[in-house]
Write a protein that binds this ligand. Structure first.
Ligand code: SF4
Length: 323
């Protein structure tokens, strides 16, 4: 069951007008000039990458944003953006990006309660601006996805938040639900990390709300033992089973540039004792923060019957073909 897809993640810069308390790629002032951007894009094109995802920092704030879109459009690359949306609250800005064939927008919103979202991103005007951007993007009928983190600020009412956005934006494509990447969270904010026990209470109801509205949903960094029967919705599945190549160009202190494959992580790092005998190990990837934010006992080895295993394989197979 091997499919091939080649996706490149390109950080245009590490500059952002938010300061999220859980940011995995915080502002560090690094940036690419237009020549450096084109060098990366030319490489993706030569190596048959078909999809490019702009990230940051906030990619839409790059001074080379529109030149970059144009360059990718002319090479025929499919483009997606991970954004806080603020720049797209300007209708002309949104329209211009659409004209350059930026098809797919992933806007981060972490609560339907304005003050809670704004507290998490440490900007009191963020929620309103992101909502205005979403309305602009939907006005032109392009793909809009909400990327939402699960954390201690929103976990107790998480399904309500999902329902709120489903009703508010009926033309939404769907949701990416992320458990936090904990490696960059400073000790001052450890309290923002939700326990896996709390995530277990809300993840299935949230998925079911989304599916009842016939929208897409993908789950990141939630171990499979916390989302039984919905494993095929985990991004781990693509990561584990597709012949997918993800190319990362991250502007860290030592710029990280190269392909990410499952083999990048050693078995020691990827799994821990309770996982060794688990029947879901073949599709379950990894979670950072073991021993620090999560304990060994959080991971519950699963034993599947032949029928369950066959159903799971069918679900995955169907999802990878149509998903
Ligand atoms: S026990 Fe480990 S391998 Fe099994 S589902 Fe949980 S995290 Fe994944």
């Amino acid at each position: 069951m091997k499919l091939t897809k080649k996706t490149a993640y390109l950080q245009l810069h590490r500059i952002c007008d938010q300061d999220c308390i859980f940011c995995a790629q915080p502002t560090n002032g690094k940036y690419l000039n237009f020549w450096e951007i084109t060098q990366q894009i030319d490489y993706y094109h030569t190596e048959w990458y078909t999809d490019i995802i702009f990230s940051g920092g906030e990619p839409s704030m790059s001074p080379y944003f529109f030149e970059t879109l144009k360059y990718c459009r002319e090479l025929g690359l499919e483009m997606r953006i991970l954004t806080n949306g603020h720049m797209f609250e300007d209708k002309e800005f949104a329209k211009k990006s659409l004209e350059e064939w930026l098809h797919s927008y992933h806007i981060s919103l972490h609560s339907h309660i304005e003050r809670i979202h704004d507290t998490m991103v440490k900007k009191e005007w963020s929620y309103k601006r992101s909502l205005r951007a979403m309305n602009n993007i939907l006005l032109y009928w392009w793909e809009l996805t909400i990327n939402i983190t699960i954390n201690n600020y929103n976990v107790s009412y998480f399904p309500k938040t999902i329902l709120f956005f489903l009703k508010m934006f009926p033309d939404l494509k769907g949701f990416i639900i992320n458990n936090l990447e904990t490696s960059q969270i400073t000790s001052k904010y450890y309290g923002v990390i939700a326990s896996l026990g709390d995530i277990k209470k809300i993840i299935i109801p949230a998925i079911e709300y989304i599916q009842s509205y016939d929208k897409d949903v993908r789950i990141e960094r939630v171990p499979m033992c916390y989302m039984r029967w919905y494993e095929h919705l985990s991004t781990d599945v693509e990561y584990s089973l597709m012949d997918e190549v993800k190319y990362l160009h991250y502007l860290d202190d030592n710029t990280i540039s190269g392909e990410l494959t499952r083999d990048t992580f050693s078995a020691d790092y990827t799994y821990w004792d309770n996982c060794n005998s688990c029947d879901l190990k073949w599709i379950c990837a990894w979670l950072d923060g073991i021993g620090k934010h999560y304990s060994q006992d959080d991971f519950i080895s699963q034993s599947l019957s032949q029928t369950e295993l066959r159903d799971l394989q069918n679900n995955i197979s169907h999802f990878l073909k149509t998903g």
